[in-house]
Ligand binder design. Structure first.
Ligand code: SAJ
Length: 437
């Protein structure tokens, strides 16, 4: 392929690692990426609008759990990694990755404001030869329909004077086995030259690169990955409600099904769907398909079922108390775990918030324990985490919402008069006190 003069120059700078790499958005995606390229020998400039993040990084301090400060500090000291809030620094860059949030609005429509703001800065400061790669999870078509028109102009043609790609982020915070460097990196370009340059770029720092034919394919890859999870979680949540009605132990069913050595992948029912990926990403897809006149019925149905699980758990608590001649109204209910999944501190979209609201609405007195969340200020809930054993003794019912590995489950079963287990955390304990999902 005949590369333009700028493409040839960039390719050379990537190969001899003299390219100046940039990352906009220094969060759990952007910071690990910036560190990998600095470790690979590039000079990296991270750009973030939050000055406190910039200041911490320039002091060699990391605020991202997967990136230790003792990795950041030497890179900053060596001048390989620096952070700034000044977007004019973009003028010195050869490449820039955009890793900013793509949340949902309350109306479940995509909130592209962060991507637009970052792209405006790129368009304002872009110099010829820049490789731009969007990494934020988004609907198929974002790069071609939103980002490209904001940057392209007469003297700045994509594939000639600048290069534009999409590459889905696959960071799994806290995953001990898979980190940025060894997670295969899918990337699709606006033109073949764009794809080739991005493949060369990622190949200099990451173990495996998976080029695809377009930005739309790359955008859709990520949505398939996370929609797959959301729908399968919805399937087992519906199965849990079926089994509950039929008196079948759904956990035993899934455990036995998981012995199938092929063609099956276990998912587990729970109190609902939390986090900043799985409950969000599929609605980027369904929003876009609706515009194309196609109803994403699986996504909508799974979203409904997953959304029902907090109610299902609170009904379990109410019925369990009722079986002990106690109305939920006026009972003390203690929630174990409020993070959206085990052994992390993130409460975004956590079903525990819905469960706390529902319990309160039905007249219960609520408290919680979560070693990762000492205080809870979200969705109008303002509580402090309390000692689990003491609270379990004083409660009328304990409900396990997040199965943190640090809880002493045997002692909790001993202490509590009644427990509702939404995570099968008590699978090894037999007791009349336990009501399982
Ligand atoms: N959940 C269930 N049942 C399951 C699995 C998860 O109820 O069988 C719940 C969790 O409790 C949580 C929510 O779903 O509330 C999401 O859990 P998750 O395990 O999918 O974890 P996330 O949200 O951290 O998802 C991330 C995603 N990573 C990226 O988007 C880059 C996802 O693609 C990963 O597959 C996932 O981590 C992972 O495997 O850990």
């Amino acid at each position: 392929m005949q590369l333009s003069q700028y493409a040839a120059r960039l390719e050379q700078r990537l190969k001899d690692r003299t390219a100046h790499v940039g990352v906009i958005g220094l969060g759990y995606v952007g910071l690990p990426l910036a560190v990998e390229f600095a470790k690979a020998g590039f000079t990296v400039t991270g750009i973030d609008i939050q000055q406190e993040k910039v200041d911490q990084l320039m002091q060699g301090i990391s605020y991202v759990q997967d990136v230790p400060s003792d990795v950041v500090a030497p890179l900053v000291a060596a001048g390989k990694l620096r952070a700034t809030s000044d977007f004019a620094e973009l003028e010195k860059l050869d490449t820039v990755n955009i890793a900013v949030p793509t949340p949902l609005r309350k109306t479940k429509d995509p909130d592209m404001s962060y991507v637009v703001a970052a792209t405006q800065q790129v368009a304002k400061h872009i110099q010829p030869g820049l490789l731009v790669i969007l990494e934020s999870t988004t609907y198929p078509g974002t790069t071609a329909e939103l980002v490209l028109p904001m940057i392209e102009r007469e003297d700045m043609r994509v594939g000639e004077e600048f290069f534009l790609c999409f590459s889905p982020e696959r960071v799994d915070p806290g995953n001990p086995k898979f980190q940025t460097v060894n997670i295969p990196k899918v990337v699709g370009g606006t033109t073949d030259a764009c794809t080739q340059l991005a493949a060369t770029f990622y190949g200099q720092a990451l173990e495996t690169v998976v080029p695809v034919s377009s930005t739309q394919v790359a955008e859709m890859v990520k949505l398939l990955e996370n929609t797959f999870r959301m729908i399968n979680i919805g399937l087992v949540n519906e199965l849990a409600m079926m089994c509950d009605r039929m008196g079948i132990n759904v956990w035993e069913v899934i455990e036995a099904a998981a012995t199938k050595p092929f063609g099956f992948m276990p998912f587990y029912p729970g109190p609902g769907l939390g986090g900043h990926c799985i409950p969000i990403d599929p609605f980027y897809l369904s929003w876009k398909t609706k515009q194309a006149g196609i109803e994403a019925r699986f996504i909508d149905l799974a979203g409904y079922i997953n959304g029902q699980m907090p109610h299902f758990v609170v009904d379990k608590v109410q019925n369990a108390l009722n079986d002990h001649a106690k109305p939920l109204k006026g009972s003390k209910v203690h929630v174990l775990g409020v993070a959206y999944k085990r052994d992390i501190d993130d409460v975004r979209e956590s079903p525990a918030l819905d469960i706390l609201h529902l319990l309160t609405k039905r007249g219960a007195t609520v408290s919680y324990s979560d070693p990762f969340v000492p205080k809870l200020n979200a969705d109008g809930i303002h509580l402090l985490s309390v000692d689990a054993l003491e609270a379990a003794q004083a409660a009328d019912c304990v409900v396990i919402v997040t199965d943190h590995s640090g809880f002493d489950y045997a002692a909790l079963v001993e202490a509590a008069p009644l427990l509702v287990d939404s995570r099968n955390a008590l699978k090894k304990i037999k007791s009349e006190k336990i009501v399982r999902l």
